[in-house]
Design a protein. Structure first.
Length: 399
């Protein structure tokens, strides 16, 4: 991107940004211009001299600035770009970790502990991973055009210390959602829906980690929609059977042929059997007094036969949207497949922007820098992706 393009982009992205005073706003614009001029390089390199580098470090250390302040202009631009488009808006949600090596990891935070094998005495060893977590919500059109972030959340595991121990004492489904990291899914759903100001137009999409009953209820409360991949076989009907029991009774409603690549990267084809049904879904037993039963649509897409050199395709989705035909079911599968774009976005932050190579010492400074390094929303070639497999719709007689 040349200098003129960077300046034009900055003008648009910062139009709705106002920091504590005008000097900080001007400094933000300058820092963004410097980072954007050579994306992924270190602060001293892009600043070119020590005076500018020192000013940038002071900016990221300023306690009067938060990542929310830095991203305010971008979020407003996302809302404006969304308002200028027609049709449904897909809000893709996902979580990623930024890992760092620090002599004092407590300044950044701990994300997890990893098994390091055994020592000479045969005792298990482990080491902690230093870093922060980011949960982001990316708005895209149904054609896959990125519109920008609609919500973002940074945190460290210290905030939820004790939750894992609590789950060992009682059933995890009885732990209030407010005490779990899972609350991030609800927070971002509400924040992104409020930002885009048109709940009925939004469809929130998440992977199996977002299969949370509280998320379904929250979407209903704010008047928006969701489409998530399921990992829980929930109680259904009157509670005497499960979703899987009902779906076993559903006949194949149609076929869908797609092109995929196997584990060697060679092209292959798969024929998916499509099933769908509207089902009365119950909350977990421990939460049935707090949450109501919901009428949702379950979609199953399972590959015929057993393929060679790749994992069999088996998708189970759940949504509050109606599905009354094979084409409507395939439409929802195509929309869910666009979820891969947010993983591409996270990959860009880590590889292109080199977000994990920054040398800032604290989590607060790191999150401010990550907010400043968000790349410009730009079209990403429309690719539909299954886990570990790329796929796209292929013309066929069964369509």
């Amino acid at each position: 991107m040349n200098g003129g393009a960077i300046n034009a982009w900055l003008d648009g992205e910062l139009a709705g940004c106002s920091l504590a005073d005008e000097r900080l706003t001007k400094r933000l614009r300058k820092v963004l211009g410097q980072l954007g001029s050579d994306m992924g390089q270190s602060i001293p390199l892009v600043c070119q001299d020590w005076a500018n580098a020192k000013a940038a470090y002071r900016f990221f250390s300023n306690e009067r600035i938060s990542e929310a302040d830095i991203l305010a202009g971008h979020l407003q631009s996302t809302r404006d770009r969304t308002a200028a488009t027609d049709g449904p808006v897909l809000v893709l949600h996902d979580t990623t970790e930024f890992s760092y090596r620090r002599e004092k990891p407590e300044a950044i935070g701990i994300t997890k502990a990893i098994n390091s094998g055994r020592d000479k005495a045969g005792r298990l060893r482990s080491h902690t991973v230093c870093g922060i977590l980011m949960h982001s919500s990316l708005a895209v059109t149904t054609a896959g055009l990125p519109l920008g972030l609609a919500a973002i959340k940074f945190w460290t595991r210290k905030k939820f210390t004790g939750t894992a121990a609590l789950k060992k004492k009682i059933n995890p489904t009885r732990v209030p959602i407010e005490k779990k990291e899972s609350i991030r899914w609800l927070d971002n759903l509400k924040q992104s829906t409020e930002l885009l100001s048109d709940p009925g137009r939004c469809l929130h999409i998440g992977d199996r980690e977002s299969d949370i009953y509280e998320l379904f209820c929250t979407a209903q409360e704010v008047g928006t929609h969701f489409l998530v991949r399921t990992c829980v076989d929930r109680l259904a009907g009157d509670g005497d059977h499960t979703i899987a029991d009902e779906m076993d009774e559903v006949a194949v409603k149609g076929l869908h042929r797609i092109e995929v690549r196997d584990s060697n990267g060679d092209p292959d084809q798969a024929v998916l059997e499509i099933r769908y049904r509207k089902i009365r879904v119950l909350p977990p037993i421990g939460k049935q007094k707090r949450y109501p039963a919901l009428t949702l649509t379950v979609i199953h897409a399972e590959e015929r036969g057993t393929p060679k050199n790749r994992k069999k395709i088996d998708w189970k989705l759940i949504t509050d949207l109606p599905v009354q035909s094979r084409n409507e079911a395939i439409e929802k599968l195509d929309w869910y497949a666009l979820r891969w774009k947010i993983e591409v976005f996270h990959k860009i932050l880590k590889s292109g922007c080199r977000a994990e190579e920054a040398k800032l010492r604290t989590a607060q400074r790191r999150s401010r820098l990550s907010g400043s390094r968000l790349p410009e929303p730009a079209p990403i070639h429309r690719t539909i992706r299954l886990p570990r497999e790329r796929w796209r719709v292929a013309p066929s007689a069964d369509r």
